[in-house]
Design a binder for this molecule. Structure first.
Ligand SMILES: Cc1ncc(C[n+]2csc(CCOP(=O)(O)OP(=O)(O)O)c2C)c(N)n1
Ligand code: SF4
Ligand SMILES: [Mg+2]
Length: 351
């Protein structure tokens, strides 16, 4: 409950990361979500990922829209920057902040209602522009906050809690992200922390638009038989294509992996993704292959999870715009406004 204040004291022996911080330093307020909500498990995964990466909390900006999912940034990274924006508008607010200050880690948190309906256009444009961010959709197939109406990601033929059948086709946000050029695309499940934590870590280190669709059951409105976003359904139909380990640039790979079943993908900053293939024929660098793999499995009711696509040479909006290396908020007035002679030169070049 909001009026319950988290105790400040903690066990003196809590494990510490490289910065000397404990998990408590990455937590936020006490969650007000329903007990058992999948979104709380995603919060825990984000806390774990940031703790393990030894991220300085003041280097993170968490931005969300409206919904139970969009409330969650209040429950993690209490010492980071945060902005709870308007329904469906997280991507444009985040894009603006990112253009002004490229030095922060941008964490966009949204829901399936927030991003697949009112915010669908915003989602599409920030993916196609390659905004350097982690875009997490906490996907429960319903509008949880407004009492469980079907969202646009609800599967056709799935049933509401009251037994009404959804007759609309579902929007697959992973499919759209792939089509729009996102350079890191993954799907996971809030009930699979082992898979979700390394995916979040890898997405944070990725320099480009990283999209993660996390199936996150709504225990109040969409966890019954007939739902395809329930804990039982996802556990029974989960088809993982790979398992991911994430290794930062400085850490040598010491574990011996069986050749053939593992691929090491090096990112720009030297960090490494260790992809353990589960589906032998799956290639996480084949955008078109990923799209048809997804569709074939969706047609037989399977939920494909894992790192579905990663671009070895990602680009981002700053590179496309050829912006200066320094964040705009650190430039002086003279640099931002170079004077009438410079303006005259630009105008002359356009005549
Ligand atoms: C402009 C606007 N339209 C409608 C609403 C009502 N509304 C609040 S949250 C929400 C949907 C939330 O669904 P989702 O993004 O899936 O989040 P969840 O609660 O399921 O996590 C809606 C329609 C609103 N707040 N603002
Ligand atoms: S209504 Fe659903 S989505 Fe919202 S907090 Fe409760 S279980 Fe979670
Ligand atoms: Mg939802």
């Amino acid at each position: 409950m909001t009026y319950v204040v988290k105790p400040k004291f903690h066990h003196p022996e809590l494990p510490k990361n490289k910065l000397g911080y404990t998990h408590r330093d990455y937590e936020g307020k006490i969650s007000t979500l329903c007990a058992g909500c999948g979104h709380d498990a995603i919060t825990a995964a984000i806390i774990e990922a940031c703790f393990e990466l030894s991220i300085e909390p003041h280097r993170v900006a968490k931005i969300s829209g409206i919904g139970c999912s969009s409330k969650t940034p209040d429950y993690f990274l209490g010492n980071s920057h945060g902005f709870n924006s308007v329904h469906g508008r997280m991507p444009s607010v985040l894009t603006g902040a990112n253009l002004a200050n490229r030095d922060l880690i941008y964490l966009g948190v949204s829901g399936d209602g927030d991003s697949a309906s009112i915010g669908l256009g915003q989602f599409a444009h920030c993916m196609r522009r390659g905004v350097n961010m982690v875009y997490i959709v906490e996907n429960n197939g319903v509008y949880g906050l407004t009492k469980g109406q079907f969202s646009a990601t609800a599967d056709r033929g799935s049933k509401s809690k009251r037994g009404v059948t959804n007759t609309d086709n579902a929007i697959d946000m992973v499919g759209i992200a792939l089509q729009l050029g996102a350079s890191f695309v993954a799907r996971s499940f809030s009930g699979d922390k082992k898979q979700l934590v390394p995916i979040v870590k890898a997405a944070i280190e990725h320099r480009g638009a990283a999209f993660i669709d996390v199936i996150s059951p709504c225990v109040a409105f969409n966890n019954h038989a007939g739902s395809t976003k329930s804990f039982d359904y996802v556990r029974e139909h989960n088809e993982a294509v790979n398992r991911l380990d994430f290794i930062t640039g400085r850490t040598p790979i010491t574990v011996a992996y069986e050749p053939g079943s593992v691929e090491v993908v090096e990112q720009h900053d030297g960090s490494k993704l260790v992809l353990k293939k589960v589906a032998a024929d799956y290639d996480a660098h084949d955008r078109l292959g990923a799209m048809s793999f997804l569709q074939r499995h969706a047609a037989i009711g399977q939920v494909v999870t894992g790192l579905l696509f990663v671009d070895r040479e990602p680009e981002d909006l700053h590179r496309h715009f050829n912006t200066v290396d320094s964040p705009l908020n650190s430039l002086s007035e003279k640099e931002l406004c170079p004077g009438s002679a410079a303006l005259e030169k630009i105008n002359a070049s356009l005549r």
